[in-house]
Ligand binder design. Sequence first.
Ligand SMILES: [Fe+2]
Length: 441
Amino acid sequence: MSATAPWDATSLATRYDEVRAHTERLAAPLSPEDQTVQSMPDVSPTKWHRAHVTWFFETFVLSPHEPGFAPFQDRYWFLFNSYYESLGPRYSRPDRGLVTRPGAHDVGLYRGNVDDRMRDLVASLDDGTVDKLAPTVELGFHHEQQHQELLLMDIKHVLSRNPLEPVYGGTRPARTEPDDLGWVDVEGGLVEVGHEGEGFAFDNELPRHRQWLEPYRLADRLVTNGEWLRFMADGGYARHELWLSDGWATVQREGWRAPLYWSEHDGVWLEHTLHGTWPVNPGLPVGHVSFYEAEAYATWAGKRLPSEGEWEHAVVEDGQGDAARSGGNLADLEHFHPSAAPAAGGEHRLRQVYGDCWEWTSSAYHPYPGFRAADGAIGEYNGKFMSNQMVLRGGCALTPPAHARLTYRNFFPHRARWALTGVRLADGGTPREVGGPAGRG
Ligand SMILES: [Fe+2]
């Protein structure tokens, strides 16, 4: 990972308290019962998120550095390890919702204990030791923020299974209609992609490297619910010719006929949100669609998805480096739902770059040329997931602002829909080959 320099004991302790307190703020509206449910294997209970991010600090910071270290509880290492094989066996992920003890209150005690010990440890460090520890503590901050986003995505799914349509929070946007979609032309050529500079980045954003891009264009906003309704009305979910083979098989198997969280009642489409269930708002970006659906939509529209290199380069060309993310609809605004695109003609030509919905790209999640995972258990953080997933860019309305970086590479499997994922179209450049060789029988 690439660290932000330099930390001292005070700034590290202050940031630690901010990040940890924010997780508790997000969990505060949820009852112990809300925090216990796992509504599907991809979802983790809220209290598990709260405990797992605590386990991360206990395992990677306190265990190697705290004098006389002893774990808070003997078996928590087994319960709250997520996927680190080099740390030994762990509890089955799809069964996290079966664990009623520790309860939400006891997870709070675990958090408080680790917080006290982390504060004591950081306060005892001299400058040289701070430099040694800071990269791992900072990784812990970013890890916890990733889980803050997951906590919201997961509780959205949990609450979606409740017929009482509970509200978590956020605000309900006024009904809006989509404005015209514009296009931003980009010259391409030999460009550089990937993280540079002093700020924090995950290892998967490195190394910075060159890519060749043919001329291309990007849509100036995300695809809207209104446009998605037209896709549906035109048989989008019933026309095999629009779909990749794996996608079509998934549509059949899962019975998909609309985005996740949409349901039809008396001919009206409703959408479950963190602010309750509303009629689908045509001017808002469509969310909770899989890569397969994004691909099918792009095919239906006669367009394609952008590659991650195209996305990143276009955003740079549009003057929207990391400083521009503060204008985005990210979790700090607490809408917890995508917003309508601002009117065209503003400071930047590409609208909704940061926030609203993570944007599917056509790029497989593979290592950048020259990528090397770190040694030890921490090397399992990103690298081992580099197969069978697609890259998403930009962040969503549930993303902490520090995770909406220009070079941030999010990734999910092709069929995943519970993340807040949407679509930006691309056109031009590397067009799809028409009339190529016959497929394999
Ligand atoms: Fe984690």
